[in-house]
Design a protein around this ligand. Structure first.
Ligand SMILES: *Cc1c(COP(=O)(O)O)cnc(C)c1O
Length: 371
């Protein structure tokens, strides 16, 4: 029983495919084209097709995917975009970066994703015009898209899926990422599809939006050096795209491995008294994180750390209580009690495709011993 077990370890994903990745990187270096060449175009095509969407646009990060996605939709300046408080701060930061106002909603206790009832409450008593909603498919599982889609439709809201944690996940027969007007992905190294640096993409079925996004990521250029509208510089680079093309081929098998690790944890911890992840009926969960809940989270976190088991807290403080946002940001008038409770109780166990059986058994034994 020696050696630390990290919560996540993107280096292992390099070592597991080292020869293939080294070849892809050399190909780019030797090819001499480093920005918006064949690799980005190829990855955009292959990734869009893997998700079942028509158009893909590679950008510099998941945060930028959200910012550019919101800008492409041309929402009324200063209008509200509803999303959850229990998410990576990036989701909320992107709304403000796009010149819009966040409206933070509560989550469903079981699935920890956007609670449609919270959206209904805000639509009944809006702080101002609400123009869009961003469900986050947190931890690798779909938000309640049926309810959210029908609310978006009946209230004329644009729908953007935050898919930063759900590459390859599905709801029914369809993969997440083509339920809304557009969907935003991150390729941060620890995500289910991760680069070795920053990267992101927007997917859409709308050719007009796709063309606008391609212009927005490069200064609003209609043709080189001539801007049609004000844009920015946010491009996926050729090296990261080449790496992602290799990793995309293994996405489904990597996700299957994550699901089998999750199943092993479920079995090993089923009588532990901990609240284990709840699967949404009809959804395929890709376990970006395996998140358990306990009111004694801090003690468990410390005990596992002592035994050399890395765990994560996603996320320790809901966005509406963080210094940058507290007191100045709109929230559900009924409060965000489930979000605040989740922040106190969640703990993410080690999960990444290269985690071996021995390590899984050690994690289970350590959790049981800590209780
Ligand atoms: C990672 C993440 C982002 C941001 O992606 P970056 O590539 O780090 O900018 C946005 N939303 C969620 C839910 C995330 O997990």
């Amino acid at each position: 029983m020696t050696g630390k077990i990290p919560q996540t370890d993107p280096r292992e994903s390099y070592l597991a495919r080292r020869a293939e990745i080294d070849r892809a990187i050399s190909r780019v270096l030797e090819g001499g084209r480093y920005i918006l060449g064949e690799e980005v175009a190829g990855f955009e095509r292959e990734f869009a097709s893997a998700i079942g969407q028509a158009h893909g646009i590679g950008v510099a990060s998941g945060t930028d995917a959200l910012v550019l996605g919101l800008k492409a939709l041309d929402l009324p300046p200063g209008s509200y975009v509803a999303t959850v408080s229990h998410t990576a701060v990036a989701t909320v930061a992107a709304i403000e970066l796009a010149g819009l106002k966040p409206l933070l909603l509560d989550i469903e206790r079981d699935f920890m994703t956007l609670d449609p009832n919270s959206l209904i409450r805000c639509l009944e008593k809006p702080p101002g015009k609400i123009s869009a909603v961003i469900p986050v498919h947190l931890y690798g599982q779909a938000a309640d898209l049926d309810a959210i889609l029908s609310l978006a439709k009946s209230h004329g809201l644009k729908l953007i899926e935050d898919c930063a944690q759900c590459h390859g996940a599905a709801l029914g027969p369809r993969r997440l990422g083509h339920f809304g007007d557009l969907s935003c992905f991150s390729f941060y190294p620890t995500k289910n599809l991760g680069a070795f640096g920053d990267g992101g993409a927007v997917l859409t079925g709308n050719p007009g939006l796709a063309a606008r996004l391609k212009a927005l990521r490069e200064y609003g250029w209609r043709e080189r050096y001539v801007s049609d509208f004000a844009g920015m510089n946010s491009r996926l680079d050729e090296l990261q795209a080449a790496v992602l093309r290799v990793k995309l081929k293994h996405l489904d098998s990597d996700n299957a491995r994550r699901a089998s690790i999750a199943l092993a944890y479920d079995r090993g911890l089923k009588d532990s008294g901990l609240t284990l992840p709840v699967r949404r009926p009809g959804a395929t969960h890709v376990f970006h994180q395996y998140v358990l809940r306990t009111p004694k989270r801090d003690a468990l976190h410390a005990a596992l750390d002592q035994q050399g088991i890395g765990t994560g807290i996603h996320y320790p403080v809901p966005v509406h209580l963080q210094g940058a946002y507290r007191g100045r940001i709109a929230v559900d008038p009924a409060g965000l009690s489930e979000s605040e409770r989740a922040a106190r109780e969640v703990l993410s166990l080690p999960i990444f495709p290269e985690l071996n059986e021995e390590s899984i058994a050690r994690v289970i034994a350590a959790v049981r011993q800590a209780l």
